[in-house]
Design a protein around this ligand. Structure first.
Ligand SMILES: [Zn+2]
Ligand SMILES: [Zn+2]
Length: 431
C-alpha cells in the first residue's frame, strides 16, 4: 500500500481540484478521499508527502522518437524512458521511424519487450502506415496492432499520396486505430530548413512556407470526412492548420491535434544560426504562435506532445543546412507549459493537466483518471520550485535543445507507473 498524502489533486476527468489523499494498492488506485486523521496515523506501507504539490493522473506523451532499434548512439529505449520519467511522463508513444522502421509485428514486439525490460514508463509504439514509411504499400497494421501499437503514422514524412492516405484511414477505421499525421507538402518544403519569412531571408536560410503544413492538413481532414476515420494532426504549428481542425470538429469529425512546447514557446524570430533551432515543422510566425496559444486555451487543441527527437551531438554539430531536424523535449515540457501557459494566466492549471492527461488519452480512445480501480499511473509536480535545466544533466543520450540553461518555476517531482515510482526528484538528486 502506498499513500500519497496531502497533495492538491487535479483530475480533469472528474473536475476535481481539491486537497485529497490517494491510496494505491497492488498497482491500482484504491481510494481518493479528503485528507483524514486515518491517513495521518497510517503506518502501513509507504507514505509520500505531497503537501504543496499537485497530484495528477499520469502524463501521456503522444509523440516521441526513442531511436531504438538502429540509432542507439542518439537514444535507447532505456535512456529515453528515463528522460520521460524525469519529465513526469508515465506513458509515451514512440514513432516508427527507427532502423528498421516499425512496420511489422516483430519490430513492435521487440520495442515492447525492451521497454518492459527497461522498467520505467509505459511505451506504446506507433506503427508505420506504409512499408518502410516509403509511401507505397500498406504496412502490416493488423499484425502490429496485435503486438501492441496504439496508432499508425509515417511520421518524419507525410503519407505520400491522398490515395494511400485513404487506404490507411479505411483500414485503420476498421481496426479502431487513430491515424497520426505529419502534415507536410514535400514539394513546397523541399530544401527548406526554417519558416519562410523575413527572418529566413535575413539569415540566408531556405524557407518552408506555412502552407506546406496546412495544405496537407486540409487534404487529410477531407479524407477523414470521406472515410470517417480518426485523424490526429501531429505537431500542429500554423493558424491555417488549426482552422482546418476547428472546422472538422464543428462538423463532428473525429479530428484532433497536438501542439509541442517549442511551438508555443518560440517563434521564427527566435531562430539563430544554431542547429538546436532546427525542427520540423519549423518554428512558426508570431501570428501562428498566437493562434496556437488561443487553441490551447480553448478546446481546439487536444494535447501537448513533445516530439522528443534526440540527435547525437556529432550529427547536430554541422552547418544549419546539413543538420537533422528535431530537438529533445521530455524534461522541459511541463516546465514550459507552466511558464508559457499557466504562469502567464493564459490557461488554468486544470486545463494544462488536461492537455497532458485526459486530452491525449481521448486521442488514443482510452480513459485517464484518478479514481478507484484505475491503473495507479500518477504524476506529481510542483508549480513553483525554481530550477535550471542543464542539457548536460539530462537522462537522454542527446543534448539538442534550445532550452539549455533556461531557468524555470515548476517541475516534475515524481512519476508513478502501476503503483511503482519510476522517478522521484529528491531521489534523483541524491543518486
Ligand atoms: Zn513529424
Ligand atoms: Zn516526430
Amino acid at each position: 500500500m502506498i499513500l500519497i498524502k496531502g497533495g492538491r489533486v487535479i483530475d480533469p476527468a472528474s473536475g476535481t481540484d481539491a486537497p485529497m489523499d490517494v491510496w494505491i494498492d497492488d498497482g491500482r488506485i484504491a481510494r481518493v478521499a479528503p485528507p483524514s486523521e486515518e491517513a495521518n496515523r497510517s503506518k502501513n506501507g509507504d507514505a509520500f508527502d505531497a503537501s504543496g504539490l499537485v497530484v495528477a493522473p499520469g502524463f501521456i506523451d503522444l509523440h516521441c522518437h526513442l531511436r531504438e532499434p538502429g540509432q542507439e548512439i542518439s537514444e535507447t529505449i532505456e535512456s529515453g524512458t528515463r528522460a520521460a520519467a524525469r519529465g513526469g511522463f508515465t506513458a509515451i508513444c514512440c514513432m516508427p521511424n527507427t532502423q528498421p522502421v516499425n512496420d511489422n509485428a516483430a519490430v513492435t514486439r521487440s520495442i515492447v519487450e525492451r521497454a518492459a525490460a527497461a522498467g520505467s514508463v509505459r511505451v506504446w509504439p506507433i506503427g508505420a502506415a506504409s512499408i518502410g514509411s516509403q509511401g507505397e504499400a500498406l504496412a502490416e497494421i493488423a499484425g502490429m496492432q496485435e503486438a501492441g501499437i496504439v496508432a499508425v503514422s509515417d511520421d518524419g514524412k507525410p503519407v505520400a499520396t491522398a490515395k494511400l492516405m485513404r487506404q490507411v484511414m479505411d483500414y485503420c477505421n476498421s481496426l479502431g486505430l487513430p491515424v497520426i499525421d505529419h502534415c507536410e507538402d514535400r514539394s513546397l518544403a523541399a530544401g527548406g530548413v526554417m519558416r519562410e519569412g523575413p527572418r529566413s531571408i535575413r539569415l540566408g536560410l531556405k524557407g518552408i512556407p506555412a502552407e506546406s503544413e496546412s495544405i496537407c492538413a486540409g487534404r487529410d481532414v477531407e479524407i477523414a470526412a470521406l472515410t470517417g476515420a480518426r485523424l490526429h494532426i501531429a505537431h500542429l504549428s500554423t493558424r491555417a492548420s488549426l482552422d482546418h481542425v476547428r472546422a472538422a470538429k464543428a462538423k463532428g469529425l473525429a479530428v484532433t491535434c497536438e501542439v509541442t512546447p517549442h511551438h508555443f514557446t518560440l517563434i521564427d524570430e527566435d531562430v539563430v544560426y544554431d542547429t538546436n533551432y532546427k525542427m520540423n515543422p519549423p518554428l512558426a510566425s508570431r501570428d501562428d504562435r498566437d493562434a496556437l496559444l488561443q487553441g490551447l486555451a480553448e478546446d481546439a487543441v487536444d494535447a501537448i506532445a513533445t516530439d522528443h527527437a534526440p540527435h547525437h551531438p556529432a550529427s547536430k554539430d554541422v552547418e544549419f543546412d546539413r543538420a537533422p531536424f528535431g530537438i529533445t523535449g521530455f524534461e522541459t515540457a511541463l516546465a514550459l507549459g507552466l511558464a508559457e501557459l499557466v504562469h502567464t494566466k493564459r490557461i488554468s492549471l486544470m486545463r494544462l493537466v488536461e492537455l497532458f492527461t485526459t486530452g491525449p488519452a481521448r486521442v488514443l480512445g482510452i480513459e485517464r483518471k484518478l479514481a478507484a480501480g484505475s491503473p495507479a499511473d500518477v504524476t506529481i509536480f510542483s508549480t513553483d520550485l525554481k530550477w535550471t535545466f542543464h542539457a548536460a544533466d539530462s537522462a537522454s543520450r542527446s543534448r539538442n535543445t534550445p532550452f539549455d540553461g533556461r531557468e524555470f518555476r515548476g517541475a516534475p517531482i515524481a512519476a508513478i507507473v502501476a503503483g511503482r515510482p519510476v522517478f522521484h526528484r529528491g531521489a534523483a538528486a541524491r543518486a
